[in-house]
Write a protein that binds this ligand. Structure first.
Ligand SMILES: Cc1cc2nc3c(=O)[nH]c(=O)nc-3n(C[C@H](O)[C@H](O)[C@H](O)COP(=O)(O)O)c2cc1C
Length: 222
């Protein structure tokens, strides 16, 4: 039944009660039942508000987490660029966090998670590996994307990203890189920067992040 019709009926019953002559205990009983129905309705409204991503006029934004490992600051700087790109999409909130200090609640609420790593011996860092192997977070069902920094062209960042993406697959994440689907700049496996990136690399990072956020929003119908 249409909710507005039910509401109207409740209001009508309340109006009628004001003119009805009935025993006080019956009156109290009906009042109590109406109160229960109203509470149930308010839960229903909250649920609908959440679905619409608005509650009491406040926008509820879709969350995207950015988790990185960084020893000398390069990957952290790229993480901040990822956040900048993500937040270009309206209704999306990004949060960067080091593996040393993660916001578990934010990650659990997030629809997508970016993982950023420095390249170590052509793969992703052992610190990131350790964190992923020991974190107790439920990452399954979220979109997983990666970015990496390296010291020189051909230093193995692509391989670091592929290895990291494999780990995300094992965790049951939907791995995503945009790839070549939206034209240039292509991001085959994720964003890559030499150290903290030159201007062109920085721009690519932001575009990558923005495209991911746009498509994740579409995917989850947010
Ligand atoms: C143990 C170790 C191994 C590394 N191996 C590579 C490598 O194989 N290829 C490369 O290009 N850079 C390599 N680097 C350099 C880092 O990947 C690069 O400086 C990165 O941007 C550091 O990130 P961070 O500043 O966030 O810690 C290595 C650095 C360390 C400490």
């Amino acid at each position: 039944m249409n909710l507005n019709i039910v509401k109207e009926k409740i209001n009508k019953i309340e109006d009628d009660m004001n003119v009805l002559i009935m025993k006080p205990e019956d009156f109290a009983k009906i009042k109590h039942q109406i109160m229960v129905i109203k509470i149930l309705f308010s839960f229903g409204n909250l649920e609908r508000c959440n679905r619409k991503k608005k509650f009491k006029g406040v926008d509820i934004k879709m969350k995207i987490a950015i988790i990185y490992h960084s020893e000398t600051g390069n990957t952290q700087k790229v993480a901040n660029l990822i956040a900048k790109g993500v937040e270009k999409i309206e209704g999306v909130e990004a949060k960067c966090m080091s593996i040393d200090n993660v916001d578990k609640e934010f990650i659990e609420d997030a629809k997508a998670v970016f993982f950023g790593t420095p390249t170590y011996a052509g793969s992703y860092s052992w610190q990131m590996k350790k964190w992923l192997d020991t974190c107790k977070l439920k990452l399954a069902g979220k979109v997983g994307c990666v970015f990496a920094t390296e010291n020189y062209l051909g230093g193995g960042a692509d391989n670091a990203e592929l290895a990291l993406l494999s780990e995300l697959l094992v965790k049951g994440m939907f791995v995503y890189s945009v790839g070549s689907s939206e034209g240039k700049p292509y991001t085959h496996f994720g964003a890559v920067c030499i150290k903290d990136g030159d201007e062109d690399q920085k721009k690519r990072v932001e575009i990558f992040a923005e495209r991911v956020a746009k498509n994740v929003k579409k995917l989850f119908n947010e």
